[in-house]
Design a binder for this molecule. Sequence first.
Ligand SMILES: Nc1nc2c(ncn2[C@@H]2O[C@H](COP(=O)(O)OP(=O)(O)OP(=O)(O)O)[C@@H](O)[C@H]2O)c(=O)[nH]1
Ligand SMILES: [Mg+2]
Length: 323
Amino acid sequence: MLIDDVEINVRAGKGGDGLVHFFTDRWRPKGGPDGGNGGDGGSVYFRAVSDISKLHQFRHEKDYFAQDGEKGGPNQRSGKKGEDLFLELPFGSVVTYDNGTQIELDKVGMEVMATKGTKGGKGNFHFRSSTNQTPQEHQMGRVPMTKKIHIQLKLIADIGLIGLPNAGKTSLLNELTTAHAKVANYAFTTLEPNLGVTRGGSIIADIPGLIEGAAEGKGLGYKFLRHVERTKVLVHCISGESSDPLADYKTVRQELTNYSSSMISKPEIIVLTKSDILDDKTIAKYKKLLKADLVTSIADDKSIKKLNDLISQKLANLDVPEV
Ligand SMILES: Nc1nc2c(ncn2[C@@H]2O[C@H](COP(=O)(O)OP(=O)(O)OP(=O)(O)O)[C@@H](O)[C@H]2O)c(=O)[nH]1
Ligand SMILES: [Mg+2]
């Protein structure tokens, strides 16, 4: 199961306390103050990685701490700095803090500081002066606040596969990419989004089927629409098994409209699937009715190749800057 929504608590390291200490030896029994400063606390960072299953690590363990700085030492020795903690998140993660601030990790390798370690306190050496040769003053390192952090994975796929349940979406994902996602002859086989990468390097997201009333919470697909929210092109699958393909098409379009205006205006490739169970006359009729761009069958490699080519072509056209 793909974990795409977690809450964790992170706390940076506390700065070490400054030390109160006076130098003494046989010859200088009253040597001056030499208490060193505490080391800074470590910070917590997020780092974006390509493994989309990385949020799994946060399922049970919720609390993450960077290391505290060490206390200052005698002889003006500063305490050791606490080690930073790096938490790996899948690229496409959106991090939200309690105060509403959001950060998107949209590129592999990107690093952002989640919370900064506090500074180490000054030791008494720092507080010496001509009028105070024996300062007892020193600073304690401040205890950092624990921050509650909400992480949501918004997969940055290029292509989103949408359609009613059982339309053949996952079957197409498996044909177009190296994914081996579960396929079966019943509605809601796909319970969680699947991702695949085509040979050309495009990322395809397959989400659970949408049904009428999805916007009011029916079925599963609506919750997952955010995974295709930022895709560049939608591949809308309509099953050749349907008794009314146009109604199927309209149902899904209506749910997209209910979701957002940006979703409805995305470029769309309309695909009539499962053509192997239809005769040529019916294919021609449905194709016209749907204004379908393509007719596919997983038993027909050529049709899959055509879909692959059309996807590449659409994406390439989008990349051409407008003049
Ligand atoms: N004959 C035929 N059957 C197909 C074709 N594509 C998919 N199927 C079958 O249709 C059924 C549903 O396929 P899925 O790929 O699971 O459909 P889906 O749209 O992902 O379904 P949900 O995940 O439930 O929304 C399975 O039994 C597939 O084997 C096709 O081109 N021809
Ligand atoms: Mg499916």
